[in-house]
Write a protein that binds this ligand. Structure first.
Ligand code: CTP
Length: 400
């Protein structure tokens, strides 16, 4: 999965021959999982049709301040478009548009939206060799960078005029990897390694039966996705779970039992910066596993032994890792969670109370209280587990 997945990208197309490459760019953004809207300058429609771009982006293309539909005139609100965008990308950016952008000229919808944009703005210059080298163009490029806009450098090669040199808009694949790298470099967990446990563990009784619990793994998977979205390299050690994840920054390690989870976690803990143990690890395992299926009989006693507490073992071992545990409680919730925080030498503990409606196993939502090492408590509303993962990382990042 790309860092662009789920992001809103506003693509501005201006009137240069490289506009045909914008169609490929839209395809690549969509393939990366982004939502795309396109704004064209009126003159760019001579180079590529709005129909092509609307079909590829799966959204209407805007090029004027209002759209005439039958007798209704619809206002294309540049402020709404700008606020919708997580990233704005102007590609190709002609010398004319670059000049207007530097001066704050606002004579078309694209420029008005650019002026309203609060998000990161990328621009990909595209023009002929001598225009690209002209002092005024070079000045404009510098000025736009000083405004905080990010230039996707033009490439060298054969230009539409037949000349050879710099000025050619970057190839769409190169633009996408440039944008992805740039986004990643600004993320708060870049270069951090995050270890997460998720799901239940299964403790075998015989070859067909086990002791398990109702954990779905959803909370841990959401934490892994959020960590990756924040730029971290993630190791997700998961017990049996139907959850799926597909992200280039997440390495999934599947385990079944508490003992296997213990080994996997210890293999990665030394190199990690943050460890979040959200798995519902079985506290007991059968002392011996029957080699064949246990036959029906009148009653059965299974002797159980305690599993090793993975979180507590990390608390003993930790050097400068930031260690986060979970506590699922039914009584004396705060007191028990604070006890676990101290006993297991944690930096944060996330408390779920089974008394809260909508919290706990197999739900898409959760209601948590986060307690830090100073025993300060932060209580959150009932939210989707995706949002809860964001809250947890906000609290972690504040304390790193
Ligand atoms: N945990 C763990 N290894 C275990 C048991 C629990 O790593 N063998 C971790 C969980 O992943 C969670 C935290 O410990 O982050 C708390 O688990 P919980 O079951 O609530 O607490 P316990 O310490 O097992 O205490 P109790 O069961 O008595 O409430």
């Amino acid at each position: 999965m790309s860092v662009l997945s789920g992001k809103n990208i506003l693509l501005g197309v201006t009137a240069g021959i490289a506009a045909y490459k914008s169609t490929y760019l839209v395809r690549l953004f969509i393939k990366a999982g982004a939502h795309v809207k396109v704004i064209m300058t009126p003159a760019s429609k001579d180079f590529v049709t709005p129909l092509t771009l609307s079909t590829l982006s799966k959204n209407p293309v805007h090029s004027a301040f209002y759209t005439k539909e039958d007798e209704n005139e619809l206002w294309n609100n540049h402020v709404d478009l700008a606020l919708w965008a997580d990233y704005m990308i102007i590609a190709p950016a002609t010398a004319n548009t670059l000049s207007k952008m530097t001066n704050g000229t606002c004579d078309n919808l694209l420029l008005a939206t650019y002026l309203s944009a609060k998000c990161k703005v990328f621009f990909a210059p595209a023009m002929d060799l001598d225009m690209y080298k002209h002092t005024s163009t070079l000045k404009n490029l510098k000025k736009l960078e000083s405004y905080g806009n990010i230039m996707i450098p033009a490439e060298s090669g054969e230009l539409a005029s037949g000349l050879h040199g710099e000025g050619r808009m970057a190839e769409p694949e190169n633009m996408v990897s440039f944008i992805e790298k740039e986004i990643l470099s600004g993320l708060p967990l870049k270069d951090k390694q995050v270890l997460i446990t998720a799901g239940p563990t299964y403790e075998a009784i015989d070859p067909v039966r086990f002791i398990g619990n109702h954990s779905s793994g959803k909370m841990g998977f959401e934490l892994a996705k959020e960590a990756a979205n924040l730029g971290a390299d993630v190791i997700l050690v998961s017990g049996p779970s139907n959850e799926n994840v597909n992200h280039s920054l997440i390495k999934r390690v599947d385990v079944v039992s508490a003992a296997q989870m213990y080994t996997a976690v210890h293999q990665y803990f030394n190199d990690c910066n943050i460890a979040i143990l959200s798995a519902a690890v079985a506290d007991f395992r059968p002392v011996s596993i029957a080699s064949g299926k246990i036959k029906k009989k009148n009653g059965l006693t299974i002797e159980l032994a305690q599993t090793k507490d993975i979180l507590a073992s990390l608390g003993e071992e930790k050097k400068d890792q930031f260690l986060v545990g979970f506590a699922l409680e039914t009584d004396n919730e705060l007191e028990n969670a604070k006890g676990k925080l101290q006993r297991k030498n944690l930096d944060l503990i996330v408390l779920n109370s089974l008394n809260d409606k909508g919290a706990g196993f197999k739900k898409a939502t959760n209601k948590v209280t986060i307690i830090d090492a100073e025993e300060q408590c932060f209580e959150f509303e009932l939210k989707s587990k995706t949002e809860v993962a964001k809250d947890i990382f906000n609290e972690i990042i504040k304390r790193l």
